[in-house]
Design a protein around this ligand. Sequence first.
Ligand SMILES: [Mn+2]
Length: 499
Amino acid sequence: MRKFAYCKVVLATSLIWVLLDMFLLLYFSECNKCDEKKERGLPAGDVLEPVQKPHEGPGEMGKPVVIPKEDQEKMKEMFKINQFNLMASEMIALNRSLPDVRLEGPLESYVKKLKVPVHVIRMEQRSGLIRARLKGAAVSKGQVITFLDAHCECTVGWLEPLLARIKHDRKTVVCPIIDVISDDTFEYMAGSDMTYGGFNWKLNFRWYPVPQREMDRRKGDRTLPVRTPTMAGGLFSIDRDYFQEIGTYDAGMDIWGGENLEISFRIWQCGGTLEIVTCSHVGHVFRKATPYTFPGGTGQIINKNNRRLAEVWMDEFKNFFYIISPGVTKVDYGDISSRLGLRHKLQCRPFSWYLENIYPDSQIPRHYFSLGEIRNVETNQCLDNMARKENEKVGIFNCHGMGGNQVFSYTANKEIRTDDLCLDVSKLNGPVTMLKCHHLKGNQLWEYDPVKLTLQHVNSNQCLDKATDEDSQVPSIRDCSGSRSQQWLLRNVTLPEIF
Ligand SMILES: [Mn+2]
């Protein structure tokens, strides 16, 4: 019994201590309510950030505060209150400035050891690649400027073949073959000398096989540079003065996107040459998605840049692009007068010249009957490539009127085409697949009857029809019956034929 009473006393005293602790904790943790704090507090909403700019006052930039002799006694008294120099503490601004005491960046100390002079120049704020490159170019001194992305590795002898081409003709802008560094394992894989740069309907840069005409021009010698319609953008060398002469970059473009096509079109249209030098190899980490955020959204920035690109360089072909990407016409693209002035000053050629002479194998159909949606009369649904790839079935979906994957061209060759893919039927009753356009008619030949509104596949003698019950997301092909489900409306845009 006595033992039990003893336990009760221990428990009771413990409980009192716990309650007392909690009281003290709660009381002192509510310092925002303390009067003293209120007096010394700062106006609400005034967020203090670390300050690095030195301003006047005791202790600024982390300097020591020296108390004058006559105040030493008082200082010692005050010291006892908090066991630190309270007098000095009171003299220092609440948000005094401090020096940046972090270790020096490893990059800077590394480049100091290199045998060639290397300067690291940092942007004070995020500016995007165009303005960053312009800043780098402005401080460079060499006769040739070479731009490389940060995620590149150079191979033996990569630079000499590039420089040799510029020496031969200073208006030649040169790119190496871009080898692939795996984003996953960092394995290094040689890139192909059989692809060159182009662009698709959405004005995205794409690699395409080097066409036969370019092989013929080089008489089959694959060591000779390839004339490329566009550059990927990350890696190239250019004569310093020529870079200035042709107008560097469009500084009205933001962050990323479209600038590589802009400089490509400009080089060709304004009298320069753009080449891939097959003897030069530089590795690059290709990423599957952008790791960056874009102020206002990726779409906004790329649309603005592409709008500037189209307005300045593409002449009447901008309308083709706007049908594919109607969202582009809604963005504010700023002032392009200086770029138009540049084009005028350099007496640059029209975009049609570029398409005919430099990029005749481009994906833009030169002659077509219609460009836009292809709508089924019965179901009111539209053909849609559903962002599917080559060899996959073409889709059908509710019409959205936003261009993109629902834009098809019924070409003068009587193909139904979406970008570089054509609707193709190789056996009776389908399926209707999307294959690379071969321009040889055959299984890609379709006859549109503007009275009956039918799309007849010539080889099979069958008609394009609405989706079936088995698969509601692909159109079918059946014997022509004259039913409404086999009637299609082709959107004839305001420009039935650009040529
Ligand atoms: Mn890159």
